[in-house]
Unconditional design. Structure first.
Length: 188
């Protein structure tokens, strides 16, 4: 198998399994709303399209670097690790998970498992996978896609932070003081 095929298969497996697992979530009691979510969703869609433009056949100014085979397989391993970390976080959240910014019945601060390392471990795992995908591609499109996806994830995380502070109050404020947002061991 070639690293590019492994990367495509990892992302496809993640997308299909993530979509199927949406049926595990409890019903939302309150939502941030479509208008609040539209900006980050638009950025994420454009970033995804750019990141996944095929990298083969590019030369000249569109190809910024070409990883050797060992570097490409390291990227595959990092993508797998990032997606696995995201899955660990999703499984740890259980029925409280949502693809949109919502509050569920009995919503509470989760500060165990991956949530003791970062407040948004799903996004942390996805960012690792996105950056490794960009590194494996080495194209202008890959870099642009990774930048937009990173911006979209940060936008969504900040929206969630505001929403959760409104819903959970001081319990979320205390959690935010103890645990970094996206990067483990980073200043809070």
């Amino acid at each position: 198998m070639h690293p590019a095929s492994a990367i495509a298969q990892l992302w496809l497996l993640w997308v299909v399994s993530w979509a199927a697992a949406a049926f595990w979530a409890d019903r939302a009691e309150k939502r941030a709303g479509f208008e609040a979510e539209l900006p980050y969703r638009a950025v994420l869609v454009v970033g995804t399209i750019l990141l996944f433009i095929p990298a083969h056949g590019y030369a000249g100014p569109l190809r910024l670097w070409t990883p050797n085979l060992a570097e490409a397989w390291i990227c595959v391993a990092l993508i797998a690790a990032g997606l696995a970390f995201a899955w660990w976080a999703r499984l740890h959240l259980g029925r409280l998970w949502s693809g949109t910014v919502t509050a569920k019945a009995e919503h509470r601060v989760i500060d165990t498992g991956p949530y003791r390392l970062v407040r948004h471990p799903i996004y942390t795992g996805l960012l690792l996978a996105i950056l490794a995908t960009m590194a494996a591609k080495g194209t202008v499109w890959g870099v642009a896609g990774a930048i937009l996806l990173t911006a979209g994830i940060v936008m969504k995380a900040r929206l969630e932070e505001r929403f959760l502070r409104g819903e959970l109050g001081s319990a979320y404020d205390d959690y935010a003081r103890r645990v970094p947002m996206l990067v483990p061991l980073a200043p809070k």
